[in-house]
Design a protein around this ligand. Sequence first.
Ligand code: SF4
Length: 475
Amino acid sequence: MPPAQPNFYADWRARHGFAAALRENAAAPPEKLLQAVWHHQRLCRDRLRLLDGRSVRILHPGFWNHEAGPDFRGAVVQIDDGPPLTGDVEIDLHSSNWHGHGHDRNPNFQNVALHVVWEGDARNPAPVLELKRFLDAPLDDLAVWLGGDLAQSFPEALAGQCAAPLRELPRERLTTLLDQAALVRFQRKAADLQARARQCGWEQTLWEALLRALGYKQNVWPMQRLGELRPRLAAKRISPLHGQARLLGVSGLLPDELTRAQKNTDDYLRRVWDHWWRERDEFRDCQLPRALWRFNGLRPANHPQRRLALAAHWWADDTLPARLEQWFLADRPDAALVESLLEVLQVNDDEFWSWHWTLRSKRAAKPQPLLGATRATDLAVNVVLPWFWVRAGNGKNAALQARAEQRYLAWPAAEDNAVLRLARQRLLGGTRLPLTAATQQGLLQIVRDFCQHSNALCTECRFPELVRHWQIIGA
Ligand code: SF4
């Protein structure tokens, strides 16, 4: 047999990848490697022991959390002969990182069931598992494996119990099932809007829901409150700048001090304060505490100051509901849905906010729109279309209801997020589907209806049964 040809690519990868990093710093493997080892359970699983001597079985390693908080959420572990415990898993290089990284003071870490470390001692409140004694291969080999596709993929063994029956469905049947789940979500949102409209009318409900949606994940409640205050804050038509002063002032997001470093921002703040100092006493009773707002992991484009600047433009004009109605009633090809709605929701250039993401950021090199296509999609799917659908239902107009549903089902996919990624991995495994906003909403509805009532092992989940019934009636 001729000698194997040297593989430059493989050699280079081995020399510069994790394996090389390990050789340079043999005492401490990269934390990412430990996380991958845990994710794929590259451990001698049948002989795991905690540092305090108790045996531990990993019934499920949990789901990798790429956001703030413990590394794995929702693991299921059994210590000695005790009952299975559901909790989070934090992975660190050393057990002393528990205090060193401030996990002991962070409420996000309250549900940690297992502290998995490379090495350490058993002095932490959570049970400690030392990984280096239980690897199923030498660390160097694992480092090479981490560079491969398998380590990057979602482990097949972590797929949900519904993944197999879902995989057997013809593509169209699967899409229809997800669309049906999406319509349940759509109608639930519409019902929420209807309930609110009974109290405050359709237009006010629309304003509240739009502001709430602008709050994105972290700031839904303060934005909702500002929406509720609209009858008072926008009782008379005022300029966008005046509206921004009022909204920033009432929200508690208006700084008291100038930056003294950025002239543009200081000029803007002076003009805003010119308005706000005259009326802050009038609105003192409804001013929100700044502590209500969350800024962790927030992208500048989603900063509430910027969202309030946009809302001030909408309120200054006041024709938005009528323009939305025209948009809804006009015939539009599916391909033009996002752009045409964005045109309605977009506002004129703003002297300050077109050039700044927040009140702290420097002037941008080129102007940025106050609303992007991603947020327009979010507003369409969560607010605008359910609002038109439920109003059409109230008016017994089946044709308009069908139009709202058709646009909802045709809407292009929204931004991806961690919940959706995990749902796709657990439920759909390798099945590739053309993603639409409705497919995403359908997945979220299934997570809400089923995954959130079960655990990582899918205990007593009835969704696989639902899928099998769906298979039978489609056969
Ligand atoms: S809990 Fe149910 S819906 Fe969620 S992944 Fe498991 S079987 Fe599927």
